[in-house]
Ligand binder design. Sequence first.
Ligand code: NAD
Length: 272
Amino acid sequence: MPGLAAKMEPRPDHGEDSYVGSGKLEGRKALITGGDSGIGRAAAIAFAREGADVAIAYLPEEQSDADEVMELIRQEGRKAVGLAGDVKDQSWCNEMVKQALADLGGLDILVVNAARQQYRETLEDVSTYDFDDTMKTNLYALHWIAKMATPHMPPGASVITTASIQAYEPSPILLDYATTKAGIVAYTKALAKQLIEKGIRVNAVAPGPVWTVLQPSGGQPDEKVRQFGKDSDFGRPAQPAELAPIYVLLASQDGSYLNGEVFGVTGGKGIA
Ligand code: NAD
């Protein structure tokens, strides 16, 4: 059945070339944490194609694609800023926001997307260090960054968080991660109610399986990738680029009536 085979195959690239912008974010300035990889990378490139200047924040690691992502942003004629540091560190979160504000000349769109995820089989395997690390990277950093950035964001601005289907269907082997994602959903909804008075909207995206760190770009899909997405209606994980339009919707005027919402992108599983 050729139809089914096509449904199963993730494209063997980032899939981002398919995104065509139409000026929806012209002149806007965006900061995206985790912007060098996966979903954050796809959002960064889509934002640039829509006319935004983009600062990407990322962990300074040898295998980071930050330079490539910044080059792709520049190819769109937009300003690209790279901010390397660890969001577990509150002083870095503060510095990162300050630098983004200075280098971009303001901030209209904040995407808090960086995360740590580690599989741990049993409760005993989740060390206090692990728990603390995951809380800081995924949840505290959101608070620190939002607190630092949002007072500088103008009416019409947008904050987007990346939650997960794990907030709704926590896996036993992702105990700490799933807990942070449920926290992100609650935080997003509460912050949305506060900031709407200032004209700032706050929403979350809750992805299901997305083909990111599990499969390096350019490779052929292997059994691991198929297994990862087998429960979706498509029999495969999403490409990061398939999430980018949701981030653009939430960031742009098209999302002007969206606040405190959580958008599941789960390939049909849905979020409760
Ligand atoms: P990814 O591994 O491709 O990217 C993770 C990014 O986070 C990297 O850019 C990395 O630099 C950054 N990061 C990690 N720890 C950091 C730290 N301590 N300080 C600064 N930056 C740090 O992952 P992805 O799959 O694109 O994930 C993006 C978001 O999507 C995450 O919030 C993740 O929880 C969420 N998500 C992913 C999936 C999936 O299946 N891939 C599913 C649901 C939710």
